[in-house]
Design a protein around this ligand. Structure first.
Ligand code: MRU
Length: 324
């Protein structure tokens, strides 16, 4: 498998090759590839890789289990692995690859469809605030939250974007800013902590973020820093939209309390890039995601349409529709 190395962007567009499932798990853990839908596609292709490199049914199943567990919060990873594994178990050797290719193509189509639904919610000339990276890099192509921005841009609405830098790994400053620049969409990187003042000054019209897992009741797990944005948006009457394919909705997770929040190495907080900024001996807590209650979410935008409260009903209906 050949993966864009997201760690090297925007300085360099380089690729990482993974010849085994162990190498692929390392690449997933170290954020070579990241973003929930991209992890789903990667997990599915990972099963196809396991089918080629592992010997015997039990070994393929074990490799699939390792892939599934490489990162815990984004439900798409387990979803993609399970889909490809089921296809292989039912259809034999090439079936995992065929399923992975199908998932990748469906993800791009889903992004475009949710982008179109989301664009209708974005007023002309809107100043959109987004967090982390939920663009083409985080998916199979096009993007989720950035898919909404892109679709609004393509519809002639001329959105501009406030890009949260997104500490600690700076996916916003590095990846979202890079993608928006390539798309020709006007963007301004801000420190995460500036969002509240911009909202208070009336300089944010809408917040659009992605999701790593959406629970059955509408609670949302997303990159840490999302929850404070939702609280701020409520305080300042700014619509707060979550854009994600239905593959990110996990009806088996009843609410935020059941989500496993990944804790990542403290070094990611104690350093900026390669440079250590904290004194020797300093400790850090690096919980990589936070949990936003569904009551703070104005709407969830999916490829099947837009869900609103009460989410228990509306999300289940969209998932049913997707499976129909
Ligand atoms: O840790 P990451 O970079 O894999 O997390 C990804 C995110 O949390 C993004 O915010 C995104 O919204 C979800 S994927 C489109």
């Amino acid at each position: 498998m050949r993966l864009v190395d997201q760690r090297a962007l925007p300085r360099r567009l380089r690729f990482v090759e993974c010849g085994t499932v162990s190498e692929l798990c390392d690449a997933i853990r170290s954020l070579v590839v990241r973003g929930a839908p991209a992890l789903g596609v990667t997990g599915a292709f990972g099963v196809a890789l396991a089918v080629r490199t592992e010997r015997g049914v039990a070994a393929v199943r074990r490799a699939a289990a390792r892939l599934r567990e490489a990162r815990p919060t984004a439900v798409n990873l387990a979803w993609g692995v399970d889909r490809a594994l089921a296809a292989w178990e039912a259809g034999g050797s090439e079936a995992a690859l065929v399923e992975a290719e199908r998932i990748a193509a469906a993800d791009v189509a889903a992004n475009r469809a949710l982008g179109a639904f989301g664009a209708e919610l974005v007023p002309a000339g809107a100043r959109v605030l987004t967090h982390c990276n939920a663009g083409a890099l985080a998916a199979a192509g096009y993007g989720t939250a950035l898919g909404v921005v892109r679709a609004a841009f393509e519809a002639g609405k001329a959105p501009t974007v406030w890009v949260d830098e997104t500490r600690p790994v700076l996916q916003g400053a590095r990846l979202t800013a890079w993608e928006l620049d390539r798309l020709g969409i006007e963007a301004t990187v801000i420190p995460d902590a500036l969002a509240g003042s911009l909202m208070a000054a009336g300089r944010v019209d809408v917040v659009v973020v992605g999701a790593d897992r959406i629970a059955a009741n509408g609670d949302v797990a997303n990159k840490v820093g999302t929850y404070p944005l939702a609280v701020l948006a409520r305080e300042h009457d700014v619509p707060f939209y979550v854009a994600a394919p239905t593959s990110t909705i996990d009806l088996a997770t009843p609410d935020a309390g059941a989500v496993v929040v990944e804790e990542r190495p403290p070094e990611e907080v104690l350093r900026v890039g390669r440079e250590r900024i904290a004194p020797a001996g300093a400790r850090a807590l690096n919980l990589a995601f936070d949990l936003t209650p569904g009551r703070l979410v104005t709407a969830v935008v999916t490829e099947q349409g837009v869900a609103r409260r009460p989410y228990g009903r509306s999300l289940a209906a969209l998932v049913r529709q997707a499976g129909a």
